[in-house]
Ligand binder design. Structure first.
Ligand code: MOS
Length: 684
C-alpha cells in the first residue's frame, strides 16, 4: 500500500522554476563552448532569381572575420529538403533566404561583416499575391485534404436559411521569445553535437544527419530548455544546417542566433487563408448542408502548410451533407510552418463566425444553435467519440460567464457610456492524438528513480507534468523522480507538437513504471506504441469560449474585459501548468482576433513588419479577466492517464468568440482578421 501523497493532477509549481528564475537553466545559445566563433546569415534581397556572385573582400578584411561561405565554396550536402539545402545552389526562392554566411570571433563583427558581403543577383519577377481567383491553385499532396459526404446541393435546396460567406486570416508569426539558436561542434568530421532550440531533439538530429550523410547516432542534439516555440521549432529550419555547415567548413565550433527580423523569413509562419463557408439550415437551425473551401499559401520549395483548416468543420456539427476542400497557391514567399492549433485556429474562426451568422439568420440563440446540431457520432469518421464534453462546456460556460440567452438578435443593443458592449460565443475541438515514445526507468539506491525520455519542454511544463506522471506511476514522491529530457542520447520520443507530447511521453513512462514494478528488476524500458483504440473511437478535446467586448463608439477602440473558457480535456494532470496553457491559448485568441498580422509588401515579396514593435501581440494590458476551467471528463481510451492535450485547444474558437462579440456590440460583421478600428468604424 502506498503512503505517497497523490501528485497527479495537483497544481504544483514548476519543478524547473528555480532553475529558470536563477538563470541556471541553459537555453541553446547560452551553452559555453571553447574556441567558439559566431555566424550570421546573409539573406537574399530578391524574392526570386539567382545569386550571380558574392564579393567577400570587404567582409574578410574586417579584423576577426574567419570565413565567408556561399554556394560556390560551401561544403556539399545530401538533403532532398529544399529548405535545408543551404548554400547548395545559386537559386533564390524567397526574399530572406540565406545566400551566404559570415563567421567571426564576435557576434558584432560577424554582423558587421555580413552587411559588407556584396551579393549580386539575377533577379526575376516574383509572384506573392494570395487570391482564391488564381487559376494555378493546387490540391495539397495529402489526399485527406478534401472530403465529401452526402449531397451538398440537395442539402442546400432543402434549406430555408443560408449563410454563405468568405472569411480571411492573415499570415501570422509564431514569435517565441527565445530566438531560434544553434551551436554546432564537430569531432573528427563524423560526429556532430548541436545545442539547439527545438521541439524535439530526435527530429532535428535525424534531419541534420540526413543533410550531412551521417547516421542518426552520429549527431547528438541537446535541448533541455526551450523558451517558446508554438510550432516554429518543430521542424528543422535552414539556420540549423547553416550553422553545422559553417562549423564543418571552418573546423571550429560555431554559434548562430537568428535575429527577430530573420525569424520572420526563415523560421516559418502561419499560412494566410481565404475560406468560403456555406451553412444551410432548416428554420429550426438544424444544418442541412455544410461547405468549407480553404485557399492557403505555400512556398515554391516546400508543400508543408496548415492544410487541414477545415478539420473542425468535418466533425463539429451533425449534418448529412458536407464538403470540405483545400487548395494551395505556390508563391515566391518564405516557407510557412505550423503555428499553434495549425489549421484549427483559422478554420474555427471561419466556422464559428458562420455559426454566429446562422444563429442570427435563424433567430436562435448561438449556444442553443450549437447544442441543436450536436452529433451523436463523429461525422467525419463515423466512429463514436471516446468522450465528447462540448454540450457540457457550452452549458457550464454560459452559466459561469452569465450568458444572456437571446430574445432575437439585437446588435448594438447595449451601451455603457461611450462603450458599445457585446458578448460572443464559439465552440472548439482539437484532436486528442498520441504518438511513439520510449522511456527508461532505473531504480537508484535510496528509493529514487531515474526517468529518461527525449521529451521536449518548450515552456509548457513538460518537466513538471512528466515528473508528476512518473511519481504517480511509481507511487513515490516528486523528489524521488530524477527526470532527464531534451537529449538524443535519451530514449527516442516524438516531438512536442499537435498537443500530443504529454499523452505520448506519459504513456511510455507509465508503461515503463508498470514493467519495472511487475518485473521487480532495477531497470525497465517501454514504448507508448500506437493507441489500440484509435480505430474504434474518435478522440478530441472540446471547449466553449465566451467573450465580452467593449468598443468605443467614437474611436472604434476595442477592449476585451473578460473571457470564459470551459474545456473538456479528460483528466488534468498538472492543474497549474494546464491552466497556463489554456490561458495562453485564450490570450492568443484575443491577439489573433484583434492584433496579429504579418504584412506583405508585394514590391519586395516579404513581410515588412518584422519586429515586435510593428507585429502586435497581446500584452498584459490587452488582456482582461481570463477564466479558464474544465469539466470532469473520464476518458479511458485516450491513454493510461485519461488525459487530452491542452496545448492547442485554448486558441481554437477564441478568435471567433471575440469577433462574434464585436458584431454583437457594434452590428459590424468583420470577416477578415484582424478586427482593426477602421474595420469597425467603417467608411466615412
Ligand atoms: Mo504545435 S503548432 O503542433 O507545435
Amino acid at each position: 500500500m502506498s503512503t505517497a501523497p497523490r501528485v497527479l493532477g495537483a497544481p504544483i509549481d514548476r519543478v524547473d522554476a528555480s532553475l529558470k528564475v536563477t538563470g541556471a537553466a541553459r537555453y541553446a545559445y547560452e551553452h559555453r563552448v571553447d574556441d567558439v566563433v559566431y555566424a550570421v546569415g546573409v539573406q537574399s534581397t530578391i524574392a526570386r532569381g539567382a545569386v550571380v556572385s558574392v564579393d567577400a573582400t570587404a567582409a574578410e578584411a574586417l579584423d576577426g572575420v574567419v570565413g565567408v561561405l556561399w554556394h560556390e565554396n560551401a561544403p556539399r550536402l545530401q538533403t532532398d529538403d529544399a529548405e535545408l539545402a543551404v548554400l547548395q545552389s545559386a537559386a533564390v526562392a524567397f526574399r530572406g533566404q540565406f545566400v551566404a554566411v559570415v563567421v567571426a570571433g564576435t557576434p558584432e563583427v560577424a554582423r558587421h561583416a555580413a552587411a559588407l558581403a556584396a551579393v549580386r543577383y539575377a533577379e526575376e519577377s516574383h509572384d506573392v499575391l494570395l487570391s482564391a481567383q488564381r487559376d494555378d491553385l493546387e490540391a495539397p499532396p495529402d489526399d485527406s485534404a478534401d472530403s465529401e459526404d452526402g449531397d451538398v446541393e440537395a442539402g442546400r435546396a432543402q434549406a430555408s436559411r443560408l449563410v454563405e460567406r468568405t472569411y480571411t486570416t492573415p499570415a501570422e508569426h509564431n514569435n517565441p521569445i527565445e530566438a531560434h539558436a544553434t551551436i554546432a561542434i564537430w569531432e573528427d568530421d563524423d560526429r556532430l553535437t548541436l545545442y539547439d532550440a527545438n521541439q524535439g531533439s530526435h527530429k532535428i538530429g535525424d534531419d541534420v544527419a540526413d543533410a550531412f550523410g551521417l547516421e542518426g547516432e552520429q549527431v547528438r542534439v541537446i535541448s533541455p530548455y526551450v523558451g517558446g516555440a508554438f510550432g516554429s521549432k518543430l521542424y528543422t529550419h535552414a539556420h540549423v544546417v547553416l550553422t553545422a555547415l559553417a562549423a564543418k567548413a571552418l573546423g571550429r565550433p560555431v554559434k548562430l542566433e537568428l535575429t527577430r527580423a530573420q525569424m520572420f523569413s526563415v523560421a516559418g509562419y502561419r499560412t494566410p487563408t481565404i475560406q468560403r463557408v456555406c451553412l444551410a439550415a432548416a428554420n429550426d437551425g438544424r444544418l442541412t448542408a455544410v461547405e468549407h473551401d480553404v485557399v492557403l499559401q505555400v512556398s515554391t520549395i516546400k508543400d508543408l502548410t496548415e492544410d487541414l483548416a477545415a478539420r473542425p468543420t468535418r466533425m463539429m456539427y451533425a449534418c448529412p451533407n458536407r464538403r470540405t476542400t483545400h487548395r494551395m497557391a505556390r508563391l515566391d514567399m518564405p516557407p510557412p510552418t505550423i503555428m499553434r492549433a495549425p489549421g484549427e485556429a483559422q478554420g474555427s474562426f471561419a466556422l464559428e463566425c458562420a455559426m454566429d451568422e446562422l444563429a442570427i439568420a435563424c433567430g436562435i440563440d448561438p449556444v442553443e444553435l450549437r447544442i441543436r446540431n450536436e452529433p451523436e457520432k463523429d461525422p467525419d469518421s463515423g466512429l463514436p467519440f471516446s468522450s465528447r464534453g462540448l454540450v457540457e462546456c457550452l452549458r457550464r460556460g454560459a452559466e459561469r460567464f452569465g450568458w444572456q440567452p437571446w430574445e432575437g438578435a439585437t446588435p448594438r443593443g447595449r451601451r455603457d457610456g461611450r462603450w458599445l458592449v457585446g458578448t460572443g460565443v464559439a465552440a472548439s475541438a482539437y484532436p486528442a492524438g498520441r504518438g511513439k515514445a520510449t522511456a527508461t526507468i532505473r531504480a537508484l539506491d535510496g528509493g529514487r528513480y531515474r526517468v529518461q525520455i527525449d521529451a521536449s519542454d518548450i515552456g509548457t511544463g513538460a518537466w513538471t507534468v512528466l515528473t508528476q506522471i512518473a511519481a504517480d506511476a511509481l507511487e513515490v514522491g516528486l523528489d524521488d523522480v530524477i527526470l532527464e529530457i531534451g537529449d538524443t542520447r535519451l530514449p527516442r520520443a516524438r516531438s512536442a507538437g499537435g498537443s500530443q507530447g504529454t499523452a505520448s511521453w506519459g504513456t511510455a513512462i507509465v508503461h515503463a513504471a508498470r514493467k519495472l514494478r511487475a518485473n521487480g528488476s532495477p531497470e525497465a524500458t517501454a514504448d507508448a506504441g500506437e493507441n489500440p483504440y484509435a480505430e474504434q473511437y474518435a478522440m478530441y478535446a472540446h471547449g466553449a469560449q465566451f467573450a465580452e467586448v467593449r468598443v468605443d463608439a467614437d474611436t472604434g477602440e476595442i477592449r476585451v474585459p473578460r473571457m470564459t473558457g470551459v474545456f473538456a480535456v479528460g483528466h488534468v494532470l498538472s492543474a497549474k501548468t494546464a491552466r497556463s496553457q489554456l490561458l495562453g491559448g485564450m490570450a492568443w485568441g484575443v491577439a489573433m482576433a484583434l492584433l496579429e498580422q504579418s504584412i506583405v509588401d508585394p514590391r519586395y515579396g516579404d513581410f515588412v513588419n518584422a519586429d515586435l514593435a510593428e507585429y502586435h501581440v497581446a500584452v498584459n494590458a490587452d488582456i482582461g479577466e481570463l477564466d479558464a476551467t474544465w469539466i470532469d471528463e473520464d476518458d479511458p481510451y485516450v491513454n493510461p492517464m485519461g488525459a487530452k492535450g491542452v496545448g492547442e485547444i485554448g486558441i481554437v474558437g477564441a478568435a471567433a468568440a471575440v469577433v462574434n462579440a464585436v458584431y454583437d456590440a457594434t452590428g459590424v460583421r468583420v470577416r477578415d482578421l484582424p478586427v482593426t478600428l477602421e474595420k469597425v468604424l467603417g467608411p466615412g
